[in-house]
Design a protein around this ligand. Sequence first.
Ligand SMILES: NC(=O)c1ccc[n+]([C@@H]2O[C@H](COP(=O)([O-])OP(=O)(O)OC[C@H]3O[C@@H](n4cnc5c(N)ncnc54)[C@H](OP(=O)(O)O)[C@@H]3O)[C@@H](O)[C@H]2O)c1
Length: 286
Amino acid sequence: MTALTKLTDTYALNNGTKIPIVGFGTWQTPDGQVAYDSVLAALKAGYRHIDTAAAYGNEESVGKAIADSGVAREDLFVTTKLWNADHGYEATKKALATSLTKLGLDYVDLYLIHWPNPAPMRDHWEQLNAESWRAMEEAYADRKARAIGVSNFRAKHLDALLKTAKVVPAVNQIFLNPSDTQDEVVAYNRAHDILSEAYSPLGTGKIFGIPELKQLADRYHKTVAQVVLRWSLQHGFLPLPKSVHADRIEQNTDLFDFELSTADMQTIDGLHGVAGLAKDPDQTDF
Ligand SMILES: NC(=O)c1ccc[n+]([C@@H]2O[C@H](COP(=O)([O-])OP(=O)(O)OC[C@H]3O[C@@H](n4cnc5c(N)ncnc54)[C@H](OP(=O)(O)O)[C@@H]3O)[C@@H](O)[C@H]2O)c1
């Protein structure tokens, strides 16, 4: 079990790469000043792990904030993701090159297949994932990505990928918060030494209306966001909270001066469905 003492503590991925235990989310953060300011605020608040994606359309501003932050590249962990339209061997190589250019980086720390089964390619997703993965394995060998992984994959998608993969994914980034603990996927990830990253750790803002969480937070003299992020860490997940407000960005780092009891962890585990559920990746319309 990794010690939970500060934002820059790390988990070790299955290839030995170290990854800071909390990442800063940037989905729905508009490109330009907002993305620039929020990433800069996050780096100032002490985050050293930034999560973006080609599909978020903000890689350029994220990269600019990284460049201007003064934080040394080797002290940062940057993730981006392969979008659905770019599945396949050649398209993946090109997409990673484009992301690197936009980010202004020579390498990313983690490159993920964003979704396993894009709607327009639903009749041959398995083959396309295998081809994308081969391109990602080459990028990993060429040190353009320090680790490679997947997102929104369920057991069947991982089983299919592992038929031809030479490198086991280091990470599976999934919708993971008290409202959906995705027990089956998490168990699969654990069994294969794949780290479960928790996206939408605050339910994209929906967990703030849950009375049980408010009561718990009051009892610990913490906020709902802090309790839920702490819950994620105590489960061994890697939460990726997003905010565009400096005060919340900072608030979401203050997770290390309290510990949730086993009973309170169980209470939170029991909140299934209160703030939405993970999308079925085989049923998405994108
Ligand atoms: N791989 C995937 O398919 C996928 C999908 C979804 C998300 N993700 C990743 O996971 C990250 C986080 O998920 P998410 O964007 O869905 O949202 P989230 O982190 O679960 O929640 C963010 C929402 O909560 C608000 N918020 C944040 N901190 C708060 C606080 N302390 N008090 C009150 N409100 C607070 C934010 O508002 P303000 O911004 O206005 O402060 C925003 O509306 C994403 O940004 C992205 O990096 C990945």
